[in-house]
Design a protein around this ligand. Structure first.
Ligand code: ATP
Ligand code: MG
Length: 650
């Protein structure tokens, strides 16, 4: 059905070859190498993933690589292993024992480095502490922490003893935390007195206390001393981390985990609705993050890798903690804001620690563009060799800025599409193998079988046709269920197109097999029977020099069905005006065509975003429709005052 397709109209034709110097040293060096390995991974997934998993250590071998009873997959059934053992102990017998595992920098500028040997000791001590507090295999432990090494230590300690961690982003409110503690049924909470953000203390313990009171189920609260202010400690319930670990033995036998035993629960960002408690298990998640981390980020032993996400997001789980440490990489971890004390903090960190691989988000890149080139220009940035992005579609303008100003046209960019539910990167270019096309995420990773379907689930085979992105084969790190809500797991992901995983995103594929993500299916706009993805209209707006950021939504329209309302944040010194609004409408028509002409442009100082930096178009939709009261879950909204300002702006 044609009407169920999403139009794909943006004509972005620029493309970039991987730099020769990069290609020569890369893990995957050519399109042909990629194709051959991809073919093998699809034709013989069990052979392929068995081989990769076999590079890691298993206490007992698996009997079967894959059992697939749609929508339920089991990987490496019968196999016994432990993720913490593979991320730490496995390296201790090698020269990596004294290699830096975590290079941490606090916002005030304090630093700490933990070698693999030291990290192993800290994790083992804390694992012993958790055991003494009565935590057993299968128990859920909630983490509510700043970006300090103890966050990674606590995750790995849980993994070591078979406890299921649920990390809640430290920027969330007490009630958001309480809701997640209750949903997971956690009796143990690990937090800190506070964390640093823009020179201020984020009072984590205060929020934690409030949440604990609200839940009534938490028996132990472990508190890391980070910011040092006075915090109330309830005797019997609250324990200082440093007191608990003192004198505790630095060896803790890892719990042998069944491959399908739960590893963690993580709640999604809530861009489209109420967050879902996504459950990941042991063997498949370990194997997939291990393989994607080294392949997509081309990790070598001399790399210094920095992912700027928070451990509270899936990106932090898979590509700060598990993936890189499974590979024995050196990981940079930073506590604070990108613009503290000045908008060049990231670039200062890159130079100071000699970062070679940098992984960040489009929302950050667009903020850096707004702050101006003068900030990165103050730094050398010559250690960088590879850049990455994740979280939202990256507009070609932002891609080109990242490529030119940060990467100096020397560093390939990987635009990695994936989700909390997928556990690891699904669609990307491989940096030494593929030509890059700004705006396109790229090709499927090994073993991943994406498809674009129409409203009835029929595959759309012709190129450049927008539709719904689904995945047709199971992969090792796919979510196993929604915690406590197996029906939602089936309804949300597997009922639209039986047997296929529904991503919730729209996409199109070009003649060379590159995927472009068009945005959320929920956000698709329907104008006179044409269904438009949000990404292309927004990219057209962002390509105008006066625009820093844009979000488009639909408003009901008596004639066209829907009309486009564009919320636009101008660049620093540009004054909004009626003339500029007209100019922007004309610009969109020029770039895409008359069909995409916004009916209305609204200028806004800021857009509503989730705490992970994604634009929440569902709120903008309500504002555009003139709704007085905003409905739906807004617990993950970053700044509530933005919504009030947007409503007043009209
Ligand atoms: P919820 O599912 O609760 O609405 P969410 O989808 O924002 O929240 P995440 O799992 O953090 O939660 O985000 C995954 C989504 O982020 C993807 O479905 C996609 O829409 C978007 N995304 C991530 N990376 C990319 C990328 N490289 N290009 C385009 N979109 C991306
Ligand atoms: Mg989602």
């Amino acid at each position: 059905m044609d009407k169920d397709r999403i139009e794909a109209v943006l004509k972005e034709t620029r493309s970039f070859e991987p730099p020769e110097a990069f290609r020569l040293r890369a893990r995957v060096k050519s399109e042909e190498e990629y194709e051959a390995e991809y073919r093998r991974s699809i034709e013989d997934p069990e052979g392929y993933w068995g081989e990769i998993a076999g590079e890691l250590e298993w206490f007992e071998p698996w009997q079967k690589v894959l059992e697939w009873n749609p929508p339920h997959a089991k990987w490496f059934t019968g196999g016994k292993t432990n993720v913490s053992y593979n991320a730490l102990d496995r390296h201790l017998a090698t020269w990596r024992r004294n290699k830096a595992a975590i290079v941490w920098e606090g916002e005030p500028g304090d630093t700490r480095t933990l070698t693999y040997h030291e990290l192993h000791r800290e994790v083992s001590r804390f694992a012993n502490v958790l055991r003494r507090l009565g935590v057993k295999k299968g128990d859920r432990v909630t983490l509510y922490m700043p970006m300090i090494p103890e966050a990674a230590v606590a995750m790995l300690a849980c993994a070591r003893i078979g406890a299921v961690h649920s990390v809640v982003f430290g920027g969330f409110s007490a009630s958001a935390l309480a809701e997640r503690i209750k949903d997971a049924g956690s009796e143990v909470l690990i937090t800190a007195d506070g964390g640093w953000r823009r020179g201020q203390v984020v009072p984590l313990k205060e929020a934690a206390d409030e949440a604990v009171r609200e839940t009534g189920i938490v028996k132990h609260v472990v508190v890391v001393r980070r910011t040092g202010q006075e915090v109330p400690m309830e005797p019997g319930r609250d324990h200082w981390y440093h007191e608990l670990v003192e004198g505790v033995e630095g060896e803790a036998p890892p719990e042998p985990m069944d491959s399908e035993d739960p590893l963690f629960i993580l709640y999604t960002s809530g861009s489209t609705g109420k967050p879902k408690g996504v459950l990941h298990t042991t063997g498949g998640y370990m194997t997939y993050t291990f393989h994607t981390a080294r392949t997509v980020f081309d990790l070598k032993d001399d790399d210094t890798y920095w992912c700027t996400a928070d451990v509270g997001w899936i990106t932090g789980h898979s590509y700060i903690v598990y993936g890189p440490l499974l590979n024995g990489a050196t990981v940079v971890m930073y506590e604070g804001a990108p613009n503290h004390p000045e908008p060049d903090r990231f670039w200062e960190i890159v130079d100071k620690h000699g970062v070679t691989v940098l992984y960040t988000a489009p929302t950050a890149i667009r903020a850096f563009m707004r702050w101006g080139e003068q900030w990165p220009m103050k730094h050398r940035l010559d250690s960088l060799r590879l850049l990455g992005t994740v979280g939202e579609p990256i507009n070609p303008e932002a891609w080109l800025w990242y490529y030119r100003v940060i990467g100096k046209e020397r560093c390939p960019i990987v635009d990695t599409w994936w989700q909390t539910e997928t556990g690891g990167i699904m669609i990307t270019t491989l940096p030494g193998a593929h030509r890059m096309k700004p705006g396109f995420a790229g090709k499927p990773f090994f073993g991943i079988a994406p498809e674009i379907v129409d409203g009835e689930g029929n595959p759309i085979r012709e190129p450049d046709q927008g539709g719904y992105l689904v995945i047709t084969k199971p992969w090792p790190s796919m979510l196993r269920t929604v915690w406590g809500d197996p029906e939602r797991f089936v309804n949300q992901y597997w009922s639209q197109y039986p047997g296929k995983y529904f991503t919730g995103d729209g996409a199109r594929r070009d003649a060379e097999g590159y995927y472009l993500i068009l945005g959320r299916v929920d956000d698709v706009i329907n104008i006179s029977g044409h269904r438009l993805g949000t990404m292309e209209v927004e990219s057209a707006l962002v390509s105008h020099p006066a625009v820093a950021e844009a979000a488009v939504v639909a408003r009901p329209d008596p004639i066209k069905g829907e009309a486009i309302v564009a919320f636009v944040t101008p660049v620093g010194d540009v004054e909004p005006s009626e003339a500029l609004a007209e100019e922007l409408k004309a610009h969109v028509v020029k770039v895409i065509g008359a069909i995409a002409r916004p009916a209305e442009i609204r200028f806004a100082a800021a857009l509503p975003k989730t705490r992970s930096g994604k634009i929440m178009r569902r709120l903008l939709r309500q504002i555009a429709a003139g709704q007085e009261e905003i409905s739906g879950d807004i617990s993950t909204l970053e700044d509530r005052s933005v919504v009030e300002q947007l409503k007043k702006g009209k």
